[in-house]
Design a protein around this ligand. Structure first.
Ligand SMILES: NC(=O)c1ccc[n+]([C@@H]2O[C@H](COP(=O)([O-])OP(=O)(O)OC[C@H]3O[C@@H](n4cnc5c(N)ncnc54)[C@H](O)[C@@H]3O)[C@@H](O)[C@H]2O)c1
Length: 372
């Protein structure tokens, strides 16, 4: 069967000389390969994910704001040893002892491939990236990690028949996109290297899906707010920092204007959405890249909600022109009706629940610190 599939696939790629016919896309989808591996490794793809088994998951860039939380969620569901966190940084003790961790630089194709093969990986969650503000400060590195790194990931995933999740972002839209609300399909002309690289990821993932049958799944996350992990240099970071500073000093200096409206989401909703879209049966997905939404607020509105519980909180504004410029080109509200319709997406946290949950976390942390 594999040999027959290989012949069909090869024929599909090369076409039948002189007939001018379309490639056999159905045959191509029955096996997985990518342009790097068409001939030499086409018989290699014997490991495939069975819906009844637990997936074996690799998370790249797993030591950032989102990876550790995702690993925790997936480990509760699929078992501790079935979820491997990876990064180029040294993990803190708590992370190292909570489950498998492995060094992986996504720019090292051979290393990635070895990890996937040796651990019989079936799902790949690709979190490595340089975020918006950090990317603008180092365009060459952002281009390399976010674009060249993604090419490695796509090829590895296609060659080994992996289900691949790549997050996109509100930053994949730009000043010419409709901003309130922003639908799934519209003009995308972002003006940051981060945004450009994420549009590239969406398009390449969808291309590999149509061309090679790659099971690519992508969600455009809003700004993600979390208590127990620090953000990695995005434009929405203020909405996390305000909680830290409010609890610690009762004061916060915001780097965005008070009326800057951006879509936001509490981390638990974001991670659950990721799990749900990864588990969604393929035939429920009418698209491969979805907006997901929860709430949308301005620094002023977040401050007011916080002040309901901390009336003494003082917020001042010292605008960062780079971040403000980025925020002004991003969606104010996200239309996620397709995600809700296709695979039942539903958020749990609106602004009041978000603020309450964050404050509870930090108050408990402060109480514990005092006890210790
Ligand atoms: N956090 C958000 O608000 C948000 C919003 C939208 C989309 N996203 C996307 O979600 C993903 C995870 O975001 P995050 O906030 O955890 O990011 P983060 O910046 O906190 O973490 C990214 C991780 O990638 C790692 N990394 C950098 N270069 C690497 C390389 N060459 N090889 C392997 N790893 C490398 C870093 O060490 C870091 O731990 C990213 O793709 C991001 O674009 C995040």
């Amino acid at each position: 069967f594999i040999f027959l599939a290989f012949l069909l696939a090869k024929q599909a790629l090369m076409g039948t000389p002189g007939c001018g016919c379309q490639p056999l896309t159905v045959a191509v989808r029955s096996i997985s390969f990518s342009p790097r591996q068409v001939t030499s490794d086409a018989s290699f793809h014997s490991v495939s994910f069975s819906e009844t088994d637990h997936p074996k998951v690799l998370i790249t860039g797993g030591l950032g704001q989102l990876g550790v939380g995702l690993a925790k969620l997936l480990r509760m569901r699929y078992g501790k040893n079935n979820v491997i966190l990876s990064d180029i940084r040294k993990p803190p003790n708590s992370v190292f002892h909570s489950g498998p961790f492995i060094y992986s630089d996504i720019l090292d194709y051979k290393n990635l491939r070895e990890i996937v093969v040796n651990n019989r990986i079936t799902w790949l969650v690709h979190y490595s990236a340089l975020l918006s503000a950090v990317g603008e400060a180092n365009v060459a590195l952002a281009r390399s990690v976010n674009i060249t790194g993604l090419h490695n990931i796509l090829d590895i995933a296609a060659e080994h028949g992996l289900r691949l999740f790549v997050p996109s972002t509100i930053g994949a839209f730009g000043p010419t996109s409709p901003r309130n609300p922003t639908p799934d399909l519209c003009v995308q002309r972002p003006r940051t290297i981060y945004g450009v690289s994420k549009v590239h990821a969406e398009l390449m993932g969808e291309y590999y899906h149509h061309r090679y049958g790659l099971d690519f799944r992508c969600l455009r996350y809003p700004g993600i707010i979390s208590a127990d992990s620090t953000p990695g240099g995005g434009t929405t970071d203020y909405a996390v920092q305000i909680f830290h500073d409010a609890i610690k000093t009762g004061k916060f200096e915001c780097n965005l204007k008070p009326d800057t409206r951006l879509p936001m989401m509490y981390i638990d909703d974001c991670l659950r959405a990721t799990l749900e879209v990864m588990e969604a049966p393929a035939d429920t997905l009418s698209m491969r890249t979805y907006n997901i939404n929860a709430m949308s607020f301005t620094p002023e509105e977040l401050t007011q909600e916080l002040q309901k519980q901390m009336p003494e909180l003082e917020v001042s504004y010292e605008i960062d022109p780079v971040r403000q410029g980025i925020a002004d080109s991003w969606p104010m509200n996200f239309d996620d009706s397709n995600a809700r319709k296709d695979w039942g997406w539903k958020h749990d946290y609106d602004l009041p629940e978000l603020v309450q949950t964050m404050l509870n976390y930090f108050r408990e942390e402060t109480r514990m610190a005092r006890v210790n």
